[in-house]
Design a protein around this ligand. Structure first.
Ligand SMILES: C[S@@+](CC[C@H](N)C(=O)[O-])C[C@H]1O[C@@H](n2cnc3c(N)ncnc32)[C@H](O)[C@@H]1O
Length: 239
């Protein structure tokens, strides 16, 4: 019998609470039940080498905090099914997920969407240099539009990492269709959900928290925890 999952409702923050810098105060905590604090030495090593900014340093440009990367690795390692990513940039998060899938011995596919052709090419090149990187496929498209197309062909994923545009309308738009592609029981992890910029009136390009909270219906999604700047939600029904 599957062991029960850990849900961290106590980590919920209101938008007003995310206005204070708390990204470094929200630790990685495991969702799945496994022995120890991390899955492996490779998992733990994600947090071992950091840039002066506090972001992880695995030799690929990007902005993942240690807690973000540890959660991403865990979900890619243990969520059954294929993986959807919105926002590839230089392939950092796809590299983290690909390494987790390799270590787990999983034969899944990572489909990653990015609007920017330079990001798509750079991410393709990055993953081509990684063992098992051919499980990752990068497509140039708008995140919400691609998700709608995937829903149209009934494509299903066990895990989605949402890290494309930070704008309210783009996140909201993706959230309105996400339930059609994430299987019931699966998870969606939103990067920059816990970020003070979301509530700043002088930063109109940031509305990840509000886009997710307004776009994810509570009869379809349950809040599951905040780790670093990420917010985790579980797909609960109906279809
Ligand atoms: C923060 S970066 C992604 C970082 C990446 N997930 C990582 O951790 O390495 C955001 C990316 O989203 C892309 N983007 C912006 N708006 C988008 C949209 N509407 N649809 C798809 N991609 C978008 C940008 O081109 C950029 O490469």
């Amino acid at each position: 019998m599957a062991k029960p999952l850990h849900r961290h409702e106590d980590s919920f923050l209101t938008l007003a609470e995310t206005a204070a810098e708390r990204r470094f105060d929200m630790p990685y905590r495991k969702t799945f039940a496994f022995d120890g604090e991390t899955l492996s030495a490779q998992h733990a090593a994600l947090a071992a080498r950091l840039h002066p900014t506090g972001m992880i340093d695995i030799g690929v440009e990007g902005w993942l905090l240690p807690a973000d990367a540890l959660k991403l690795y865990e979900m890619a390692y243990l969520c059954p099914g294929d993986i959807l990513e919105l926002g590839a940039y230089r392939g950092l998060s796809a590299t983290v997920m690909n390494r987790a899938c390799n270590e787990a011995g999983r034969h899944c596919t990572i489909i990653s969407i990015d609007l920017d052709p330079v990001s798509v090419e750079a991410s393709r090149a990055q993953l081509a240099a990684e063992p098992g990187g051919d499980r990752a496929m990068f497509f140039m498209d708008d995140g919400a539009s691609a998700t709608r197309n995937l829903a149209g062909i009934k494509r299903q994923f066990g895990f989605a990492f949402i890290d494309h545009s930070h704008r309210y309308e783009h996140v909201h738009d993706a959230c309105l269709i996400l339930h059609r592609v994430v299987a019931v029981g699966g998870f969606a992890l939103f990067h920059d959900f816990n970020d003070p910029r979301n509530s700043r009136e002088d930063v109109p390009d940031y509305g990840v928290y509000q886009g997710a909270m307004d776009g994810l219906r509570t009869d379809r999604w349950a809040f599951w925890g905040i780790y670093g700047c990420t917010g985790l939600f579980r797909r609960i029904g109906p279809c």
